[in-house]
Design a protein around this ligand. Structure first.
Ligand code: ADP
Ligand code: ADP
Length: 214
């Protein structure tokens, strides 16, 4: 299964992606996670991406496109993949289509998690993540068993640098301007699966699975 997951910042893409990849046994490719990893490791890509990410702007298309082109040709993507946070611009979507065509494969669905803007800020500002394993929690909506500690490996949870109210507002604006046109792009290809993201985490996942298996 070859999937992409769309939605504004804080919609629950990463949370749902974790469930989807477990069920369908495909790799979870999050461009945000890969970029943060590169910043931590102080790679060239990380150095180029950092300022954009800190401000909540998009990293230039050519950098993320190259990253995804390389990633989806790896062995573990043979049976499929889930792209989370990519594509985010029309140029990225067109480049992805071209790359897939070259590889003789195509996308199965584009999952679109819909959440009203007023819920997004609270979700993103309350997000806490594990630096070790990448697990995501929410201080109110999805708290860990022990406050501030990852359920899986007990690492102290952190808040992402870009999860401040001001940066989240900018990211929502960037999403509206640059990424939301992709909803129509994938609708025109007959790939769009709209899901109501303003429900409990389990209910959102049930709707995704029902839609994928229709
Ligand atoms: P969220 O899940 O909250 O939307 P991400 O982890 O996907 O956040 O992305 C965090 C930041 O990483 C973005 O604000 C942007 O700066 C950068 N980024 C991630 N994916 C892309 C992409 N496909 N194109 C450009 N920038 C990206
Ligand atoms: P995205 O990858 O789209 O930016 P995340 O999956 O990281 O979003 O979720 C953002 C925050 O909202 C996290 O703290 C997460 O635990 C929480 N969250 C995710 N889905 C839901 C939901 N359905 N209801 C309430 N909170 C949620």
């Amino acid at each position: 299964m070859r999937l992409i997951i769309l939605g504004p910042p804080g919609a629950g893409k990463g949370t749902q992606a974790d469930f989807i990849v477990k069920k369908y046994k495909i790799p979870h490719i999050s461009t945000g996670d890969i970029l943060r990893e590169n910043i931590k490791d102080e790679t060239d890509l990380g150095k180029k991406a950092k300022d954009y990410m800190d401000k909540g702007s998009l990293v230039p298309d050519e950098l993320v496109i190259a990253l995804v082109q390389e990633r989806i040709t790896r062995e573990d993507c043979k049976e499929g993949f889930l792209l989370d946070g990519f594509p985010r611009t029309t140029a990225q979507a067109v480049a992805l289509d071209a790359e897939l065509r070259k590889l003789g494969i195509s996308l199965d669905r584009a999952i679109n998690i819909m959440v009203d803007p007023e819920l997004l800020i609270e979700r993103a500002v309350g997000r806490r993540v594990c630096k070790t394993c990448g697990a995501t929690y929410h201080v109110t909506f999805n708290p860990p068993e022990e406050e501030g500690k990852c359920d899986i490996d007990h690492t102290t949870l952190i808040q992402r640098d870009d999860d401040t109210e001001e940066t989240v507002k900018n990211r929502i604006q960037v999403y509206t301007n640059q990424t939301s046109p992709l909803i129509d792009y994938y609708k025109a290809q007959g790939l769009l699966l709209n899901v109501n993201g303003a429900q409990e985490i389990d209910a959102v996942f049930n709707d995704i699975v029902a839609g994928l298996e229709q």
